[in-house]
Design a protein around this ligand. Structure first.
Ligand SMILES: Cc1cc2nc3c(=O)[nH]c(=O)nc-3n(C[C@H](O)[C@H](O)[C@H](O)COP(=O)(O)O)c2cc1C
Ligand code: SF4
Length: 598
């Protein structure tokens, strides 16, 4: 055991910023993170034990509870639920003789749920020891159970079980690009840094990770920032955390366009004078790690990474891949940087922003996977060409992850400005009741809004497009999202930690038929509190799906309420019943009458 840990520590040069990677690899080798491993790692890295333990306890995919040979986590997004994941989970528990959420007594297996695993176009899905298995059915579960009971190592399971389809349905300039590795760099490097940056600015490219910040401005701010140290290094970080439920387009970009992603990062490094890049890959996409490392190796051989890239003296840049470990909040840029530094993924106070104080307090440019792909296209083909596509305010294309009630779920790339109605027609959706755009933190729209457009000036989106037909109950959709936010709140700030838990319990209370109009008003109040006082975007957006569905599908809430009167959530008179029984009194004076309350 100690030898295995020492080998892992040595591979990471005993560097504390690699703590998350070290813990992940330790778990892969030893099945869990035992208390004595934490001692060894703390000593080897020169860190307080509490720091190592704190990090190990933060991430969903790191296990400190007990050894377990096969850990199975069912994806629990609403689309998995629509495809019957709950019944399948129960079936697997029965096949393995385990209780949901517990490790079997012999330490063989545990079965539980996790947030969306990014396989919504081919759900239901699960992870076994971190490896994704999509398209679950009873037959596939029977095979999985057989392999587990035979104690076959996961590496020997049939490859076909782990095959993830790209489901590429519509390609445009990005997914259909004819570029070869190095094409964009061969145009960008002769331009020089300043002209390249002007091109990116002029292209009107905006970030695809959700906030839509102008990419050229971000890069320029990073190039001009001094950071905390004299001669601070500059870093380029690609956000491939893709944790928003219903979003899986970065998965497909990474599996089909990895060269374009890395090319975009390298173009960025040239523009900002960066020397090191990181791709932060969500843990659920563990299966992409080896192929992506293969692409990086090929690029090094081709002179597209490393020293003097493409013979350009002094342009040295390389890229490393870090794997996340199951924490949605790590998609938030400052939390991601904390995680890259080997810490818990807790969002930082901002300002200062990552462009000046990012990785190791040095200037850092962080962009979404799709943004880097688009930047490579701009570098190769020019800003004017790029801004000629899409709308005046939204240049280029948007890659959508389409899932839910439609005949052809998958990846669709459109020029900005496409209507929701067009996307619904293309994916074969019928009798559509609602579409959730940009995941739970985005917006829910009803049928009378289907002529709205996907564009920054109308429906801005990070890419999720979840379709719900008329057989669906939008209250249950919102309730699933409320559970998601409560589960993923990192707990750092009280308004979000308590607020998301209150939202979840209020939705559960309404579902159980105990809600009143008072609870609906409380949710609105909660939204105001979270917006004003939560520390990051997770808290700010947590009430969005509930408020959107309450506004557009009010009857689905009202028919669950036990009363349409404005009754307080707590029944004080009912709570005094025990006292009345004890004193033997049940006369009018022993009750809280309406007059007295008033
Ligand atoms: C809770 C939370 C989760 C996020 N998750 C992601 C993510 O998975 N991928 C992403 O690119 N951006 C995500 N973002 C947005 C990032 O903070 C950041 O704005 C983005 O990566 C910047 O890249 P861009 O300018 O290319 O859009 C998230 C933000 C929040 C608040
Ligand atoms: S808002 Fe929520 S997720 Fe964000 S820092 Fe606060 S507790 Fe963490």
């Amino acid at each position: 055991m100690t030898q295995a840990l020492q080998t892992i520590l040595a591979r990471h040069q005993f560097n504390p910023t690699r703590l998350l990677q070290i813990l992940r690899e330790a778990q892969e080798a030893l099945t869990w993170i035992a208390p004595e491993y934490i001692d060894t790692l703390a000593a080897g890295l020169g860190l307080p034990r509490a720091r190592v333990e704190g990090v190990a306890g933060f991430y969903r995919f790191l296990h400190t509870d007990a050894p377990c040979r096969y850990r199975l986590l069912f994806s629990d997004n609403i689309t998995d639920r629509m495809l019957g994941n709950q019944d399948l989970l129960t079936t697997l528990c029965e096949m393995l003789w385990v209780e949901r959420g517990h490790i079997s007594e012999d330490g063989l297996a545990s079965v539980d749920t996790t947030s969306c695993t990014g396989m919504c176009d081919q759900g239901p899905a699960l992870l076994v020891n971190g490896w994704a298995i999509p398209r679950l059915s009873r037959e596939r579960l029977a095979r999985i159970a057989e392999l587990i009971l035979a104690q076959a190592p996961v590496e020997t399971w049939p490859r076909e079980l782990f095959a993830v389809a790209d489901n590429l349905r519509r390609a445009d300039i990005l997914l259909g690009n004819p570029l070869q590795p190095g094409d964009a760099l061969r145009v960008a490097l002769p331009l020089g840094r300043a002209t390249l940056l002007e091109e990116i600015k002029h292209s009107n490219l905006r970030g695809r990770g959700g906030a839509g910040f102008a990419t050229g401005l971000k890069w320029a701010a990073c190039r001009d920032a001094a950071g905390d140290h004299a001669n601070a290094r500059r870093y380029v970080v690609c956000n491939a955390d893709e944790g928003e439920p219903g979003t899986f387009k970065d998965r497909v970009l990474l599996s089909t366009q990895a060269d374009l992603v890395f090319e975009g990062m390298t173009v960025c490094a040239y523009a900002i004078n960066g020397s090191q890049g990181f791709l932060y890959l969500r843990g659920e996409y563990r299966y992409l790690l080896a192929p992506l490392n293969g692409v990086l190796a090929r690029r090094r051989e081709a002179g597209l990474l490393g020293r003097d890239i493409l013979g350009h003296a002094g342009f040295d840049f390389d890229i490393e891949i870090h794997l996340g470990a199951g924490a949605y909040v790590c998609g938030e840029e400052s939390a991601l940087i904390e995680s890259l530094e080997g810490k818990r993924g807790i969002p930082r106070n901002r300002p200062p922003y990552p462009v000046s104080h990012g990785y190791l307090q040095c200037p850092t440019t962080l962009n979404n996977v799709e943004t880097f792909c688009a930047a490579a296209l701009v570098a190769a083909k020019g800003a004017d060409w790029y801004r000629g596509i899409g709308t005046v305010k939204s240049a280029g294309t948007k890659v959508l992850s389409v899932s839910g009630d439609c005949a052809r779920p998958g990846i669709y790339e459109y020029p900005f400005g496409v209507t929701v109605r067009q996307v619904l027609a293309d994916c074969g959706a019928e009798n559509t009741l609602a579409v959730q755009i940009s995941g739970p933190s985005g917006v829910c729209i009803a049928a009378d809004e289907f002529d709205r457009r996907i564009a920054f000036e109308d429906l801005a989106t990070a890419g999720a497009f979840m379709v719900f037909d008329r057989s669906r109950d939008m209250f249950e959709v919102a309730r699933n999202f409320a559970h998601f936010f409560a589960h993923e709140s990192c707990g750092f700030c009280t308004p979000c930690r308590v607020g998301t838990a209150m939202l979840r319990s209020t939705m559960d209370k309404i579902a159980a038929g105990h809600g009143t109009l008072y609870d609906l008003a409380e949710i609105e109040k909660l939204d105001r509190v979270l917006n004003q006082s939560a520390h990051c975007g997770l808290g700010h957006t947590a009430c969005n799906p509930t408020l959107d569905t309450m506004k557009r599908f009010r009857p689905t809430y009202e028919r669950r309420l036990k009363s349409l009167d404005f009754e307080p959530a707590f029944d004080l008179d009912g709570a005094l019943a025990a006292a009345r029984r004890m004193t033997g009194r049940d006369d009018t004076g022993a009750h809280l009458s309406t007059e007295i309350e008033a």
